[in-house]
Design a protein. Structure first.
Length: 188
């Protein structure tokens, strides 16, 4: 008779993997989008879509970006993220014409110009920065749940401005560096 050896498998060690950069970025983005939706619906169970102007319940809204989230310098800028219906955000590619009209009405041309000027600036967020932004939006969400009204003044409310080398107020001078036209009031 042959003896059969039992093969005993050792249990594999399970190591908890660190979340990847993309997963961290996505988690923080989801939190920022949730805040934008809750901010725009504050005190009500819904709001109007910034692009089409139709009223929707909270669960039918996304946090849509005026300047695409791939522009990482302003991906967490509160002025860039607004409540947008699923149709406009997902199926109409953000409905850019309607979004522009809504942005001009809500924030004015200065904010729109500032966001568009910063569209091409890139930013690689560090883990500490992402952690700070996550904590910032968690606090803002807690404030909303506590009944503290969102700050809707027409001024930079951007957490990304904490890490941008160029202050938001200097965005006009940044644009003028690339402006090659001669203005009538400047003598060269």
């Amino acid at each position: 008779m042959k003896s059969v050896k039992k093969v005993v498998k050792k249990p594999k060690k399970t190591t908890k993997r660190k979340p990847t950069y993309r997963k961290k970025l996505a988690a923080v983005q989801a939190l920022a989008n949730r805040y934008a939706r809750e901010r725009d619906c504050f005190g009500d169970d819904g709001t109007t879509c910034i692009s089409c102007g139709v009223w929707f319940n909270f669960d039918k809204l996304d946090g849509g970006h005026f300047v695409p989230a791939t522009s990482s310098d302003i991906r967490f800028d509160e002025r860039n993220i607004n409540a947008q219906c699923h149709k406009c955000n997902r199926f109409l590619h953000g409905n850019p014409r309607g979004y522009l009209k809504g942005m001009l009405k809500k924030y004015g041309s200065d904010v729109v110009n500032d966001l568009e000027a910063r569209e091409r600036l890139t930013k690689k967020w560090t883990d500490d920065e992402l952690k700070d932004i996550r904590n910032y939006y968690k606090q803002r969400l807690n404030d909303l749940k506590s009944g503290i009204a969102p700050d809707t003044r027409n001024e930079p409310l951007s957490v990304s401005s904490l890490w941008v080398d160029i202050p938001l107020s200097d965005s006009v001078s940044v644009l003028s560096m690339f402006d090659t036209t001669i203005h009538p009031d400047s003598q060269s």
